[in-house]
Write a protein of this length. Structure first.
Length: 244
């Protein structure tokens, strides 16, 4: 039986989560307790040692990242719950963590919980949380988690030279020559990267402008390492504008 706790400052939402769990996961999940603040959340987790957290981003006395920063170990799964807080959602995505938007959709809730049940506890969770927390707290160094089938790669955005997509997959090319392919479209990838730094020069390419050495008249970008990247004709003016 999976042990869970619910940390949310809205009683109505805590009751809703409890009811959904009792209705859909009665034989798989038991709820050990609830909390509505950072202080009480830390205490609850330390006392109950849960396997799964339902964690609202904004609490009565702060943010849930403060709870995670105070814990010595992170031996659990997390499902974040958030309203339309762009910063929080971006932070969670950068850390490759799971979340549900308010108001909670029944199907999305069940999918997230089933995924948590089927997924082994992540040994890298502490690092993933750090990536999300740093971004949420305004760190100048932006990091991103690239999740493959068996590995979580944590890289600095500044080290990314360009991204190339093929269908539903995108390969990230770093300045050190590393190539990392993830199951994500270029559109989803673009949402994670800094808009003022990365240029979409082609339907299949995103390029870090700080690695561009020159743009050729025949419609190609030449990067510092001599890599040649195509520029679609309809994006030439856009690229020139980004480079100026």
């Amino acid at each position: 039986m999976i042990k869970a706790v619910i940390i949310d400052d809205e009683l109505r939402l805590r009751n809703s989560i409890r009811k959904k769990l009792e209705t859909n996961f009665k034989n798989e999940i038991t709820i050990l307790g609830e909390a509505e603040s950072v202080k009480d959340g830390v205490k609850l987790i330390e006392e109950t040692k849960p396997d799964l957290l339902f964690l609202d981003i904004e609490l009565t006395d702060g943010y849930s990242f403060e709870i995670l920063e105070q814990l010595e170990t992170h031996d659990f799964q997390i499902i974040f719950i958030t309203g339309f807080n762009h910063l929080a959602i971006q932070a969670i995505k950068l850390g490759a963590l799971d979340y549900i938007l308010k108001p909670i959709d029944d199907d999305e809730f069940c999918i997230a919980v089933e995924k948590a049940i089927e997924t082994d506890k992540n040994a890298s969770l502490e690092q993933l949380i750090k990536v999300s927390s740093d971004f949420f707290n305004g760190s100048k160094i932006k990091r991103i988690v690239l999740k493959t089938t068996d590995t979580h790669y944590i890289i600095n955005e500044d080290d990314l030279m360009y991204c190339k997509s093929e269908g539903n997959y995108t390969t990230f090319f770093t300045k050190d020559g590393e190539e990392i392919m993830i199951s994500k479209t270029l559109k989803k990838t673009e949402e994670l990267l800094t808009e003022t730094t990365f240029i979409k020069c082609h339907q299949s390419y995103l390029v870090n402008k700080f690695y561009i050495a020159k743009m050729l008249s025949d419609g190609y970008l030449i990067l510092n390492d001599k890599t040649k990247i195509p520029v679609s004709s309809r994006r030439k003016e856009h690229v020139l504008g980004k480079l100026s």
